[in-house]
Design a binder for this molecule. Structure first.
Ligand code: FMN
Length: 374
């Protein structure tokens, strides 16, 4: 099967992709101070502008939505201005970039809230393990406060404001983070959602918050610029669901009626990849299980090699493939894939936090132009 499968153009809603090699959201913890992306992040993303599409690192919709040290936000004028530098730099290199927006929910810590209040969640159930506080020290996760029903519209409003802010910052669209154990995923999966109101119980109820967020953002910025990321079978943050396939079939079927820019699904084998390098090869295949339920553009992610990416697109199980760690280590990944050049190895020790090392100093192919950004 030919590598050309990854190099045909694609139309994802309002986004025109020159190739099907996507840079997925990758948290790098370098937005200091105050969750504001700095000039170095403009350089980092611009170096990767040859991706068919860049999806930014997860970015907090509100103060309450933060949960990692030095993660960016999109809720202050300074953060919007910081992101504007990034989108300008990417667009100057003919790239396309959408903002991944997130609320951490229970996967946060009271030290992120200026008033020291507890993280919020669908139900008062603590995730396992320890949080990283803003100063990178570790503290056990707390039992979160269950959100009141009347607070949920504030969450929807914060997501909508974040999406409007993203457009103001020059983004081509937003990807709503419904995956990997964060707030919207906490609502979807019944291990973390024990609510008895209209947002808990049946899958129709548990999906309600996500769908309200999707519909609100689509109203504000257009469905053709609105996308969703999901991780069916994902267990990050201690999530679990009693009957994954029928439950996520409902969610994906609903999303399929909404003319979204795209749906992005993570394969369960990649659940631990943010924290470790191993991938479980014998877990369920979401692209195979759910593709038939979603007629719009579909991105698949999680442990893909180039050949696996070619195969999944050629088989019609996805329209594009996201390569996470490969994009961190190879700014010119599409060119390397196209020419069969070797790949730089990913260095996990520089993934989170720090400065230029492991961020903007991965080498490009010798003949490639150096990104020139003042
Ligand atoms: C350092 C690192 C940070 C990540 N941050 C995010 C994130 O902010 N949002 C998200 O949805 N996924 C995140 N992920 C998951 C990736 O988007 C991707 O799904 C995962 O790395 C599997 O793809 P890969 O095998 O090609 O690396 C992260 C992964 C890594 C390695």
């Amino acid at each position: 099967m030919s590598i050309d499968a990854l190099f045909s153009p694609a139309k994802f809603g309002a986004l025109s992709l020159p190739n099907r090699i996507v840079m997925p959201a990758l948290t790098r913890m370098r937005a200091v101070p105050d969750g504001v992306p700095q000039q170095i992040s403009a350089k980092y993303y611009a170096q990767r502008a040859s991706a068919g599409l860049i999806i930014t690192e997860a970015t907090a919709i509100s103060v309450q939505g933060h949960g990692y040290p030095q993660m960016p936000g999109i809720h202050t004028p300074e953060q919007i201005a910081g992101w504007r530098r990034v989108t300008d730099a990417v667009h100057a290199r003919d790239g396309r970039i959408v903002l991944q927006i997130v609320h951490h929910g229970r996967w946060s810590h009271s030290s992120y809230n200026p008033d020291g209040s507890l993280p919020v969640a669908p139900s008062a159930i603590a995730p396992p393990g320890s949080a990283y506080t803003p100063s990178f020290t570790q503290a056990p996760y707390e039992v979160p406060r269950a959100l009141e029903t009347n607070e949920l519209q504030l969450i929807v409003a914060s997501f909508r404001q974040a999406a409007r802010n993203a457009r103001e910052a020059g983004f081509d669209g937003v990807e709503i983070h419904g995956a990997n154990g964060f707030l919207l995923d906490q609502f979807l999966q019944d291990g973390s959602n024990h609510r008895t109101d209209a947002y808990g119980g049946t899958i129709e109820n548990r999906a309600r918050l996500l769908l309200e967020v999707v519909d609100g953002i689509a109203t504000d910025i257009g469905a053709e610029r609105t996308a969703v990321r999901l991780s069916p079978h994902g267990n990050l943050g201690g999530l679990s669901d009693s009957d994954t396939v029928p439950h996520f079939s409902y969610v994906i079927g609903e999303l399929g009626t909404r003319n979204l820019a795209y749906l992005h699904m993570i394969e369960p084998r990649a659940s631990s990849i943010g924290l470790a390098d191993d991938a479980s090869i014998d877990s369920a295949n979401n692209a195979m299980l759910f593709r038939r339920l979603f007629a719009g553009p579909l991105i698949t992610a999680g442990g893909y090699t180039t050949q696996m990416g070619v195969d999944v697109v050629t088989a019609g199980l996805a329209d594009a493939v996201a390569f996470g760690r490969m994009f961190i280590a190879n700014p010119d990944l599409p060119e390397r894939i196209r020419t069969g050049a070797g790949l730089n190895a990913f260095d996990r020790s520089t993934a989170y936090g720090g400065g230029a090392h492991g961020y903007t100093d991965y080498p490009t192919l010798p003949l490639d132009r150096e990104v020139a950004i003042a």
